[in-house]
Design a protein around this ligand. Structure first.
Ligand SMILES: [Zn+2]
Length: 120
């Protein structure tokens, strides 16, 4: 099931980088196969309480998806799936110069989540 947190503007999906929609599609395909929820918690707006590590959201190149309702095996499973299928769309990290289309993390002020990110 695809849903968005109530404070998220769904219209933001019309303004993001098209590569992000492709990455999201691959993510959703994994989730559907395993009957897992896809809850979008941040797109471009709704960044007030989040200590962001980069400007990928503001640039329309990132989307956050809740992971607290996902079993650990599938957290690892979807990362593996995304790295194999869509990592060439990934953004390059400013800290280690590695390309990654998906990161699983928890930032200050937010819950544990997947951060999908694409290059310009
Ligand atoms: Zn994020």
């Amino acid at each position: 099931m695809l849903q968005v947190k109530e404070s998220v503007f769904v219209e933001d999906l019309l303004m993001v980088n098209p590569k992000l929609l492709i990455a999201l599609g691959h993510f959703i395909m994994y989730a559907e196969k395993h009957n897992l929820p896809v809850t979008i918690t941040s797109i471009i707006h709704d960044r007030k309480n989040v200590a962001s590590v980069s400007r990928t959201h503001e640039d329309g190149r990132a989307i956050d998806i809740r992971s607290r309702d996902w079993p650990k095996q599938h957290v690892e499973g979807v990362i593996d799936h995304m790295m194999h299928i869509a990592n060439h769309y990934g953004a390059i990290s400013a800290s280690d110069y590695e390309r990654r289309v998906i990161i699983h993390h928890k930032v200050k002020g937010g819950g544990e989540h997947f951060h999908l990110q694409v290059s310009r």
